[in-house]
Design a protein around this ligand. Structure first.
Ligand SMILES: Cc1ncc(COP(=O)(O)O)c(C=O)c1O
Length: 407
């Protein structure tokens, strides 16, 4: 019988065409140089321009801190570029160890394990602990890596309405057999709100489920000494046996560290495929992260500055009637609704010298496109004031344009 398989190039073309129709195409913008929060960005016509970045995750301004880049250079001079192997063969370095110890000490947790990325760490936790017959119950707005992790683990995945601990309880009750994990973002990446961790901890305890908190956007920013959402919720390692610290957001570098219960971490270090079968991060990257963690732990003024900027942004934006979401973190999304409005707002801001990317489905639910504004301790008061004014001008211009085109 002649085969008649779908042509994958034709399928990709059709999907691209569908994304074009929905104004859901995604493009990369190339950064040529950075200077604090300003980036020189290449245009599609070969031109370049400087934009003030309000959509990154460098919340504490550590991504280009001179001590952090100095630590990277010094460690690269001493130890070279690559780790040369996976952790369990020959790639595990003293700087990896030192970073794990520093984070365990910061969070006052028994153990920590370094990964190449937060995405890989999430795959490792769920796949390393759950299998067929087990259950993973997740917030509907969890990061894509957690959703994919459950799919890859082959366990049953159930999602509950956003931040709804009762919903989590209902879902866990429907799956009484097998081991269970309750997984949530600490700070939600596209909304900026914080999970109801104390209520979720009670649900997890009652249902004998392991509570896992992905605190990618909480660490360094939320809680005393920036120790994250779990400490802010006054939960210990009994309540939250594992949590994820990413190094690529407030800590300004790249990679991630799982922290928590020593037995679980030890198990994952020997068995989790995304840990075992990959090259260890360059030791110099770990050295840079070690310096960044020390700065994040001790320079409280960075968090105080960030808090002041968040309040300044919200007060001014609300005064001008901007449609903010209820977030107290540096993630301050502005609702736009449809993709076209989000793109038009983003383009108007770009023309005014601000870089605020339009976030559209499937990253956020259908009809909830937004501008995900993010603030950093490295922004100035005047930067924030100018951004809010530009947002209000862009909103008014988009509303005028919509009125003009209405039949
Ligand atoms: C909530 C959350 N978890 C995990 C990740 C993945 O982390 P990484 O960028 O280190 O792979 C991200 C980053 O986009 C995130 O926002």
């Amino acid at each position: 019988m002649a085969l008649d398989r779908p042509d994958l190039r034709a399928r990709a073309r059709a999907e691209r065409e569908a994304r074009t129709q929905l104004q859901a195409r995604r493009v990369r913008r190339t950064v040529l140089r950075r200077d604090g929060m300003r980036s020189e960005v290449a245009g599609s016509d070969g031109s370049t321009r400087w934009l003030l970045n309000f959509c990154g995750n460098d919340y504490l301004g550590l991504a280009s801190h001179f001590q952090v880049s100095g630590a990277l250079q010094d460690a690269a001079a001493l130890h070279g570029v690559g780790s040369g192997g996976s952790h369990l063969v020959s790639g595990h370095h003293a700087l990896h160890d030192a970073l794990e110890r520093e984070i365990a000490d910061w969070l006052q947790l028994p153990a920590a394990l370094l990964f190449g990325s937060g995405f890989a760490a999430n795959l490792a936790v769920v796949q390393g602990l759950l299998g067929e017959g087990d259950a993973c119950v997740q917030d509907r707005l969890n990061h894509a890596s957690l959703i994919d992790a459950a799919r890859l683990a082959g366990c049953r995945l159930r999602r509950y309405p956003h931040a709804d601990a009762q919903g989590a309880l209902r879902q866990l009750r429907t799956l009484p057999e097998g081991a269970a994990m309750l997984a949530t973002d600490g700070v939600f990446s596209m909304d900026g709100d914080i999970a109801p961790l104390r209520e979720l901890a009670i649900v997890a305890r009652v249902q004998q489920a392991l509570l896992y908190v992905d605190d990618a956007h909480g660490i360094g920013v939320v809680g005393p000494d920036g120790r994250g959402s779990v400490v802010e919720a006054r939960l210990d390692v009994e309540a939250v046996p594992l949590q994820l610290v990413t190094l690529g957001k407030a800590l300004g570098g790249c990679g991630a560290v799982l922290a928590g219960d020593a037995d679980l971490i030890g198990h994952l270090a020997e068995t989790a495929r995304p840990y075992v079968y990959t090259t260890a991060l360059p030791p110099a990257v770990a050295g840079a992260a070690l310096t960044a963690v020390r700065i994040a732990r001790h320079e409280h003024w960075r968090r105080e500055r960030l808090t002041a900027l968040v309040q300044r942004f919200r007060a001014r934006a609300l005064r001008l009637g901007l449609d903010l979401m209820p977030s107290q973190t540096p993630i301050q999304p502005l609702r736009c609704g449809d993709n076209a409005t989000a793109l038009a707002m983003s383009a108007a801001l770009d023309a005014a010298g601000f870089w605020v990317a339009a976030i559209r489905p499937p990253t956020v639910p259908d009809g909830q496109a937004r501008l995900r504004v993010t603030l950093s301790a490295a922004h100035g008061d005047a930067d924030v004031d100018a951004l809010v004014d530009a947002l209000a001008t862009a909103r008014d211009a988009c509303a005028d344009a919509a009125r003009r085109t209405r039949p």
